[in-house]
Design a protein around this ligand. Structure first.
Ligand code: SF4
Ligand code: SF4
Length: 453
């Protein structure tokens, strides 16, 4: 964290750029200014809090800064352990599986004010935050009863990675995903899955994150090899499986060998430009750099470096956000456009982890095709709901999370919509906490327009 402070203080770009969109940078520059002007060194505790205030939203310009934050969190947990409250809050999967055998009883117990207060204290949750109830039937139980764990036949099939939030807290979203896919002639398989790992990654719990990523890589990787596309309705799961998991894998020896790099060169895939040199079998374009000069910084040294780099790359290439997948069906003329009318004026907010997947906002065009729906996009590229996964739940970050989300809330309130539409369920929790409007996932709206909702 001290390295980050030094680098960002030296650069200074994010002092103004990220002033209203991130909790880390204002604190970083405050600490730096106090160190320079009042000779008050930044304390170890302040560095811990800096690390805690990064939610990995991806809005800042340098990905190596957020990678360093992840490493710093992991190092701290390795050295000092993890408070039980943080561990429980970061682990929706474990909490939901424990309570999943008797969700109604758990919800009734949590509705008792004294017990609710004790639990919030234990988890260090702000008293004003409402814990979402466990679903009476998780999506995974529903899918099992429907036989969706079996492998389907059919020309088009996907493996659906529902994620924990839709799986255990908002199963109606995951059921809508299945309904919309089926309506478009796509058979759905729901494989065994573990949490994508983002919540534990954010808290520095490296061991749990790796264990879950390893499981998902093996299961989903085998499905990708069996010609399944992997689809996600949660932008955070998609971001982890599509972007973070494969980060730096192309610098590994295995990958360099697979694309036949020369002895003193590294072949870096060039996805942006059309003019790079070609190498390898698929006409993929590469930037060639001198290995002897760059090998120390261009290396596969991230959190997932211990996992098979070729497997990470292969899986990432088969993962699609569900909006992206449906938009591709539309482009191929295979999207069922027989959508019924939905009355109302709604706003759509594109969450940060959708933006980080660099795929535009694929749901926008799909939803604009719904008759009678007055629909507008809200929020710019630097707007954030402020929730930051579960950060907004934490007692010490509650006020900051509300402040961070205020500009977006004001824009939404000015539009006075009948409902907010967003694909992120963390944003949904923040919107519900702050605003009086209904919140829908785009898939729920499509399901409704198909007459099934
Ligand atoms: S994140 Fe990058 S651009 Fe922003 S201040 Fe730090 S080094 Fe500069
Ligand atoms: S990833 Fe997001 S929260 Fe973390 S430093 Fe960058 S802008 Fe701030």
């Amino acid at each position: 964290m001290r390295r980050i402070v030094d680098a960002c203080a030296d650069c200074d770009t994010c002092r103004y750029l990220m002033d209203e969109s991130c909790l880390l940078f204002p604190r970083l520059y405050q600490g730096w200014d106090a160190q320079c002007e009042a000779r008050r060194p930044i304390t170890r505790q302040a560095l811990f809090e800096l690390a805690d205030s990064c939610t990995l939203c991806g809005l800042c310009p340098c990905f190596n800064i957020r990678n360093d934050v992840v490493k710093a969190k992991a190092e701290r947990v390795a050295a000092l352990g993890m408070p039980m409250g943080v561990r429980l809050l970061a682990d929706v999967q474990r909490f939901a599986r424990l309570g999943g055998s008797a969700p109604r009883l758990v919800n009734r117990l949590l509705a008792i004010p004294a017990l609710n207060r004790v639990l919030k204290k234990l988890l260090d949750i702000h008293p004003q935050r409402e814990l979402p109830p466990l679903a009476a039937q998780s999506f995974f139980d529903w899918a099992r009863r429907k036989g969706l764990q079996r492998h389907p036949h059919g020309e088009r099939k996907v493996a659906y990675f529902a994620g924990c939030t839709a799986g255990y807290l908002f199963p109606e979203v995951a059921r809508a995903a299945v309904a919309v896919l089926n309506r478009n002639g796509v058979a759905v398989h729901v494989p065994d899955q573990q949490c994508c790992g983002m919540p534990t990654l954010l808290e520095g719990d490296r061991a749990t994150t790796l264990k879950r990523a390893r499981f998902n890589l093996a299961t989903l990787g085998a499905l990708a090899e069996a010609d399944y596309d992997i689809v996600c309705s949660c932008p955070t799961c998609g971001y982890l499986l599509k972007v973070l998991l494969k980060e730096n894998a192309c610098y590994s020896a295995a990958y360099q060998e697979s694309v036949q790099a020369g002895a003193d060169e590294l072949l870096v895939p060039d996805t942006a430009a059309a003019g790079g040199a070609t190498a390898g079998g698929d006409g993929e374009r590469f930037i060639r750099v001198k290995k002897s000069l760059y090998a120390a910084i261009l290396c596969d040294d991230g959190l997932f470096a211990g996992l098979d780099p070729l497997g990470r790359i292969a899986l990432s290439a088969r993962v699609y956000d569900l909006g992206e997948y449906l938009a591709a069906l539309k482009a191929q003329g295979r999207f069922d456009g027989a959508l019924g009318g939905v009355n109302g004026h709604m706003v759509y907010y594109a969450p940060c982890h959708q933006r980080e997947q660099a795929m535009g906002s694929p749901y926008l065009n799909l939803l604009k095709a719904i008759p009678d729906l007055a629909f507008q996009s809200v929020g710019g590229p630097m707007d954030c709901c402020g929730m930051g996964g579960s950060l907004g739940y934490k007692r010490q970050f509650h006020a900051d999370a509300l402040r961070l989300g205020r500009p977006l809330m004001q824009k939404i309130a000015a539009a006075a919509p009948a409902a907010i539409v967003t694909d992120c369920l963390s944003c949904r929790l923040q919107f519900r906490h702050r605003l009086p409007y209904a919140v829908w996932h785009p898939l729920e709206l499509l399901q409704r327009a198909y007459g099934h909702g």
